[in-house]
Design a protein. Structure first.
Length: 135
């Protein structure tokens, strides 16, 4: 069976506490994996924070849709926003073998998103970034 979770809000008003509470309730109601819940929360926090910081001026809306197969615990997460085009799957890879003092600042969050996702697909359509991940 498939269950859906939808959350939509202007980026400047996005508050992670009520979002996480609603998401936790959804996962509990559908008996979904708590490990995947934690992963989804990390991914959403990283991608939404990047949109808030770097998405450009003006009104930016964020729409999050999550589909869960309750039998297999397979989660598909889609984050859609009307910010400046940005493909997180093409973010420059950072060299984690370098010591901290020799590394460029930034990039670890997107690396985490890529590593925690089974798959990531990006498209820019109708003035919207659409990032779809499977966890």
């Amino acid at each position: 069976m498939t269950a859906e979770f939808i959350f939509q809000v202007p980026a400047k008003e996005f508050d992670f506490i009520p979002f996480n509470r609603r998401l936790e309730s959804f996962f509990a109601d559908h008996k979904l994996s708590q490990i995947k819940l934690f992963t989804i929360e990390l991914i959403v926090e990283e991608l939404v924070t990047n949109t808030q910081k770097y998405g450009g001026k003006g009104k930016i809306d964020i729409h999050i849709r999550l589909s869960a197969d309750t039998e297999t615990n397979r989660i598909t997460l889609q984050i859609r926003d009307n910010a400046l085009p940005f493909d997180p799957s093409r973010a420059e890879k950072i060299d984690t073998t370098l010591s901290i003092d020799k590394r460029e600042i930034g990039g670890l969050g997107l690396l985490l998103v890529q590593e925690k996702s089974e798959s990531m697909k990006y498209e820019y359509r109708n003035h919207c970034n659409i990032t779809t991940l499977t966890v």
